[in-house]
Write a protein that binds this ligand. Structure first.
Ligand SMILES: Nc1ncnc2c1ncn2[C@@H]1O[C@H](COP(=O)(O)OP(=O)(O)OP(=O)(O)O)[C@@H](O)[C@H]1O
Length: 379
């Protein structure tokens, strides 16, 4: 078994170099774990190149452990770099995450802050300690998205609509707002936008019923028409930030490990009884509600239990239409309207793609990349 250590010196609060020098590398040495390579990343995309080159140059290595000091973006690059290796590369890659990024969604889902130690150094080393204590790594599901000629894999989130717009705009704010604050500022800039198109959700398909607090099976694919305010799918995580639990059923009603699936959260303004047409007034009325609805994700994922009450307000345990539509599916197709430019943005783990004109994004949950690489993570 080979061990690679890769960290991103500019991730999050820029503490990775010191944390690896002072904590992670001494801890590995103490446990007689000698990495084959210790590499700080030098540029965007470098983490994926390091892993792909290592596997290409060591074709006898079937199992690789990568200790990654970064956020979700670097994990994403490693998965996509490995997917470029020649067909039939069946390397099993175990990830050991040291959460040094901004949001650290994957790590925060594996080690929810509410049930973890409050000491930050101890918290950041939980993954490394799980590896050192030889607990087994848990398989990761991947979301494989194709946009015409491009294929991209996600390990956390694949989204369009508001979330993709936020990620698109927040990158421009990174220098002035290095923390998660930049996502809130970008959210305010985009909250009144609606996105036109349709989505087809693929089998196996289930929908969440808040009345019975259970996922109910559908027997065939389902098509939903826009406009959409929010469309987001996750794999492997129930949150996008330590406290933003956007797909809570991923942990409260976990899918069976044998059947890869995506959890999808959708907000469509036309389901709101107070919204009758696409006017600026209605957008503003809905934007205020959307802010409150999505804010309930910070309340332990309570947005999924909201229903419209008689006064047309979203309330917990109401008896009207569900406010948020929550599906678990094998995959989806997102088909943007030709004329809606913003509906063509797609976010894969924070990386932004543009769906080509007259095309669609097709996403499915898979257990490995097309060339056969599988991933697992210590938790
Ligand atoms: N030396 C470098 N200089 C500039 N950018 C880099 C360097 N090394 C890596 N990067 C880029 O930094 C970006 C952010 O990385 P990462 O995901 O690790 O942190 P984050 O964005 O702060 O956290 P999160 O993804 O959890 O929000 C990635 O796109 C990566 O390609």
């Amino acid at each position: 078994m080979s061990i690679l250590v890769i960290y991103n010196p500019v991730a999050g609060d820029i503490s990775a170099t010191a944390f690896f020098d002072d904590r992670v590398l001494p801890l590995l040495k103490q446990h007689n774990k000698t990495p084959s390579l210790v590499a700080p990343t030098e540029r965007v995309g470098h983490a994926g190149d390091i892993v792909a080159s290592y596997i290409s140059e060591h074709s006898d290595v079937r199992k690789l452990t990568i200790i990654i000091g970064s956020g979700d973006g670097t994990v994403h690059e490693i998965i996509n770099g490995s997917s470029m290796l020649p067909q039939g590369n069946e390397t099993a890659i175990e990830l050991v995450i040291v959460p040094l990024g901004t949001a650290n969604a994957l790590y925060a889902s594996l080690f929810p802050p509410s049930s973890s130690p409050s000491d930050q150094t101890v918290y950041r080393l939980l993954g490394v300690n799980a590896f050192l204590l030889s607990s087994s790594a848990k398989p990761l599901t991947l979301a494989r998205t194709s946009l015409d000629a491009t294929t991209v894999y996600s390990a956390v989130v694949t989204s369009t609509a508001l979330h993709a717009s936020i990620l698109h705009d927040s990158e421009a704010l990174r220098a002035s707002l290095p923390g998660i604050e930049r996502f809130k500022v970008a959210a305010q800039q985009n909250i009144t936008r609606w996105y036109y198109g349709s989505v087809i959700l693929h089998e196996p398909l289930q929908v969440y019923d808040p009345a019975s607090a259970s996922l109910v099976s559908y027997t065939k694919d389902k098509t939903l028409q826009g406009p959409f305010a929010y469309f987001l799918s996750t794999i492997n995580v129930d949150r996008l930030e330590p406290l933003f639990r956007i797909t809570p059923l991923a942990s409260s009603h976990p899918p069976p490990p044998s059947a890869p699936s995506l959890d999808v959260v959708i907000l469509r303004p036309m389901r709101d009884p107070a919204v009758t047409s696409d006017t600026q007034d209605d957008r503003e009325i809905f934007a205020q509600k959307a802010g409150r609805i999505l804010g309930e994700a910070y309340n332990d994922g309570n947005h999924v239990s909201l229903r419209y009450a008689e006064d047309r307000q979203p309330v917990t345990d109401g008896d009207g239409e569900t406010v948020v539509e929550y599906f678990r599916c094998g995959g989806f197709e997102w088909i943007p309207d030709e004329t809606d430019e913003r509906a063509h943005l797609l976010c894969a783990d924070g990386a932004i793609f543009t769906i080509p004109r007259s095309s669609r994004a097709t996403c499915s949950a898979v257990a490995s990349t097309d060339n056969g690489v599988r991933f697992s993570v210590y938790s």
